[in-house]
Ligand binder design. Sequence first.
Ligand code: SAM
Length: 151
Amino acid sequence: MLERLRTRVHEAGLSNVEVVQGGFLTYVHQADAADVVYSRYALHHLPDFWKAVALARIRAMLAPGGVLRLSDVVWNFGPEEAPERIEAWCATAGTQVEGEWSREELEEHVRDEHSTFTWLLEPMIERAGFTIEDFAHSKDGVDAQYVLRAR
Ligand SMILES: C[S@@+](CC[C@H](N)C(=O)[O-])C[C@H]1O[C@@H](n2cnc3c(N)ncnc32)[C@H](O)[C@@H]1O
């Protein structure tokens, strides 16, 4: 991902972008408070305890009024619906053609990664010091996009 970003930055001719490697739980922000943090399909790699820690760390690096734009696979249904919702999602998988997710990959996501429920994540977001300013939950209940404002 870092290599792709470096290539994009180079192609765009930008000279004011510093690419650094750091995790949600390890990155140390040494510059001024940030205006924006963007996280896409990454937070689900952390179990919920660590998601809460990561959200608090992101909040701490943002200026008041700053924005966290968060996109991820988040389950917008109850546990009782999980078997059919998850099966419906896995059934959307393509074949192994590049650019598509295979069924095996979606099953691996459900089994080994840490996507959580919207009704668990959203209180964590608020508790970390964000106001949910805007959100979109996909119709199939597996994708959520948030605009979160640092209080
Ligand atoms: C499915 S990829 C998404 C990549 C990219 N953000 C995108 O949307 O195309 C998941 C990303 O989460 C990152 N990741 C996993 N654990 C992480 C952690 N603890 N802190 C920060 N990033 C992490 C991985 O390095 C990987 O780049």
